[in-house]
Design a protein around this ligand. Structure first.
Ligand code: PEP
Ligand code: MN
Length: 262
């Protein structure tokens, strides 16, 4: 039998005061694609706090398609992200790309993000399985449901059941959107694993205008939250500016989600 630890029994993941997976209002994770400077992350964090945010996101190790693109600020960026999170009083999340930085990310970040490209990195999954930090496991961009379930099982079978899943779109023949957001995965993964799941419509569509409707759809089909890229000045962002919302656009999403119950 494949499923040994994740039986489908409901799991609630505690992060600070949040109980992710409880039938509460959806968890709002927002922030820039990448931490670009101390000022940038503090400024956007304060703005997000005014609008409404539960967890602050920001990449410091960026898995960029091109080696010549901005790769992130590394550990310095992690300090800035933590400072910003403390300033507004919310937990933070950042991506871990390799074992080398596990200790630092586990110490500084409240949630460890495993990105789409690393969903199949089984040694890394085992490592985050051996600590008790919450892990946000993004779906591999070409992962089947079964492969994704088993990636979560890799983490859980090492002892760490504090896993939040994240649907971020998959590659299909359709190339109008950056990825094809597979919302059917939301109720399927909840049933198969019992884990909470959030949706990332930013990478899931790559189109700013689709983020509001897809956030509504995500919550309507039972997602436990959304993760949205927001930048103070998307035109000048060092990564993913084209899909990043301005704070005002993010506010519209937050307002719209108040009308939806899951
Ligand atoms: C991200 O959320 O910062 C990211 C790189 O997304 P993904 O791993 O889904 O491509
Ligand atoms: Mn991004």
């Amino acid at each position: 039998e494949d499923k040994i630890v994740l039986t489908g029994e409901k799991i609630i993941v505690k992060v600070g005061k949040l109980n992710i997976g409880e039938n509460d209002s959806p968890i709002l994770i927002a922030g820039p694609c990448a931490v670009e400077s101390r000022e940038q992350v503090l400024e956007i964090a304060l703005r997000l706090k005014e609008i409404g945010v539960d967890i602050l996101r920001g990449g410091v190790f960026k898995p960029r398609t091109s080696p010549y693109s901005f790769q992130g600020l590394g550990l310095k960026g992690l300090e800035y992200l933590r400072e910003a999170g403390e300033k507004i009083g919310v937990p933070i999340i950042t991506e871990l790309m390799d074992e080398e930085n596990l200790e630092a990310v586990a110490e500084y970040s409240d949630i460890i993000q495993i990105g789409s490209r690393n969903m199949y990195n089984y040694p890394l999954l085992k490592k985050v399985g051996q600590i008790d930090k919450p892990v946000l496991l993004k779906r591999g961009m070409s992962a089947t449901i079964k492969e994704w379930v088993l990636a979560a099982e890799y983490i859980a079978s090492c002892g760490n059941k504090n896993i939040i899943l994240c649907e971020r779109g998959i590659r299909t023949f359709q190339n109008y959107t950056r990825n094809t957001l597979d919302l059917a995965a939301v109720p399927i993964m909840q049933r198969e694993t019992g884990l909470p799941i959030i949706v990332d419509p930013s990478h899931g569509t790559g189109i700013r205008e689709l983020i509001l409707p897809m956030s509504r759809a995500a919550v309507a089909c039972g997602a436990n939250g959304v993760m949205i890229e927001v930048h103070n000045n998307p035109k000048n962002a060092l990564s993913d500016g084209f899909q990043s919302l301005t704070p005002d656009q993010y506010k519209e999403v937050v307002e719209a989600l108040k009308e939806i119950t899951n």
